[in-house]
Design a binder for this molecule. Structure first.
Ligand SMILES: *[C@@H]1O[C@H](CO)[C@@H](O)[C@H](O)[C@H]1NC(C)=O
Ligand SMILES: *[C@@H]1O[C@H](CO)[C@@H](O)[C@H](O)[C@H]1NC(C)=O
Length: 482
């Protein structure tokens, strides 16, 4: 009888196991199908793949490498890395490409790799210094157009390459190293921070927003020819890093670069600096006299110029303030940055505070002081850093529907809002944010922080690049096993 019981229990266990196994195969398939075209859940795909104990071929991995986890310990091998970047940032309000170069290569230097940075000297300011003996700068005078003098940097590079220890890998930020030289370097990766195809969307937006008295900017046909030109010369670079899911798709589909040469690594920002810290926000608000009765603080940051969408949000706020006094009385807008639109914001009223450009530590406080970060950019190129900083600070974000943002950053309503680049759509979204109120925003902020930690930390970005560089220099590193 006891034996019977054991057998029947075993049988029950067995069929239960079969049901679970069948169910999980089912859910694997259905999640996979549901996920196919949604970057939202690629991490889920990865988890499922890991459960299935498949090893991943990194070179053809179709999703952002940021979703993978690479060992946090010291690197498997110290690499000698050559970096070409047109300009090395001296101040914290540098543009996207320069900030990417700074964050990434400082992180790699911290991990012990030997870095040689080929960049331009700046006649007016002294070059910054860093406490890493393994980070070496090779400066050269820029050309009249401000580019790297290719003949000079190539000679500097060759000299460094023939010291007995050749470079393991070469990284060029955009066309820092032109294709004419890059075509001879098989162990090279280029990171793109905006390609001509993406720019066509910005051209379309700018043309739609153009007032009759402004003259037409670039001709669309010229831009299309620029894409054709890029399609031709991009082929000459060995490996490509796309900084957004969308750019990765375009590089493979429209630029026709073979998939094993296109890798998606989303930008990351310093998670030690950009993090939630209630007291920082309180300090900041006190400093600028923002009263607690204000129910909502909107934050805007960056260069205050036209192509960052400032005319749009300026007009949207102006109209809302005129038609809705309650909105005006309950909302404060903090504007960080400088540019021609600063003065125009000031003229909108006392509830708009224009703070000027902020250094990184101040910017971290700024993010903590706001309830939502608004980015009305009209630039479809590259992947915006301010959104990532706000998300890591635990704030929801609201931004223009351009493919890099909707495909990699604000992929659904959980962490924020997206709008079309028109005054009408922006107004509608601002009203929605206001009606949703603080509690909803706080929840979205928590989701934003989770997504930020999962994808947009500098550590994640640097680990992904390190692994790519290892893989480019030695094939054994191209297999990913959990
Ligand atoms: C250096 O300073 C001069 C004069 O102040 C200015 O015209 C020039 O644009 C500056 N160059 C750079 C690279 O900042
Ligand atoms: C760097 O040096 C190695 C070893 O001598 C050589 O194989 C390689 O072609 C050199 N790279 C370039 C771009 O000259």
């Amino acid at each position: 009888m006891a034996k019977d019981q054991i057998v029947s229990t075993m049988f029950r266990f067995h069929s239960l196991y079969r049901i679970i196994a069948t169910l999980s195969v089912f859910s694997f398939i259905s999640i996979f199908c549901w996920c196919q075209f949604s970057s939202k859940c690629y991490s889920m795909n990865v988890i499922m793949m890991q459960k299935a104990k498949e090893s991943i071929d990194l070179l053809t991995f179709p999703y952002a490498w940021n979703v993978l986890s690479f060992p946090a310990g010291p690197p498997s091998q110290i690499l000698k890395i050559g970096v070409f970047v047109k300009k090395w940032p001296h101040r914290s309000h540098a543009g996207g490409l320069e900030r990417h170069a700074l964050t990434l290569h400082l992180a790699l230097a911290k991990r012990g790799h030997e870095l040689h940075i080929f960049t331009t000297s700046s006649p007016n300011s002294t070059f910054p210094t860093y406490p890493f003996p393994n980070l070496v700068f090779h400066l050269s005078r820029p050309t009249s157009g401000g580019y790297l003098d290719q003949a000079v940097v190539w000679e500097q590079f060759r000299a460094q390459n023939s010291t007995g220890r050749p470079f393991d890998v070469v990284h060029t930020e955009s066309v820092g190293l032109l294709h004419t030289r890059a075509k001879n370097v098989p162990n090279l990766a280029v990171s793109w921070h905006g390609i001509a195809y993406e720019t066509i969307h910005s051209d379309i937006i700018q043309e739609l927003l153009r007032s009759p008295e402004e003259r037409q900017a670039t001709m669309m046909t010229e831009r299309a020819m620029k894409v054709v030109e890029e399609v031709r010369f991009f082929q000459r670079y060995s490996h490509h890093v796309a900084t957004s899911d969308h750019a990765g798709d375009v590089l493979k589909r429209i630029y026709m670069i073979p998939e094993e040469r296109v890798h998606i690594i989303l930008n990351g920002v310093d998670e030690e600096i950009f993090r939630p810290e209630l007291s920082l926000g309180i300090d900041f608000k006190r400093k600028f006299g923002i009263s607690k009765s204000r129910s909502l603080v909107l934050g805007i940051a960056g260069r205050l110029v036209k192509d960052k969408g400032h005319p749009l949000i300026h007009e949207a706020l102006k109209q809302i303030f005129m038609e809705n006094k309650k909105f005006q009385q309950s909302v404060t807008v903090l504007v960080a940055g400088d540019g021609p639109w600063g003065a125009r914001y000031k003229a909108l009223g006392a509830n708009i505070l224009v703070l000027g450009p902020l250094e990184q530590a101040q910017l971290a406080k700024f993010y903590n002081a706001i309830d939502i970060f608004v980015n009305p950019t009209l630039r479809a190129q590259g992947l915006d850093h301010t959104l990532l900083e706000a998300m890591l600070s635990g704030k929801p974000v609201m931004a223009t529907r351009v493919a890099s943002i909707t495909g990699s950053v604000i992929v659904g309503p959980e962490s924020g809002y997206t709008f079309s680049p028109s005054v009408e759509s922006l107004k509608k979204t601002l009203y929605k944010v206001w009606n949703d109120g603080r509690v909803v925003l706080e929840n979205k902020g928590k989701a934003a922080r989770q997504r930020g930690l999962q994808l947009f930390t500098a550590t994640k970005m640097a680990a992904a690049y390190e692994r790519l560089f290892l893989c480019i220099s030695r094939e054994q590193y191209c297999k990913y096993q959990k």
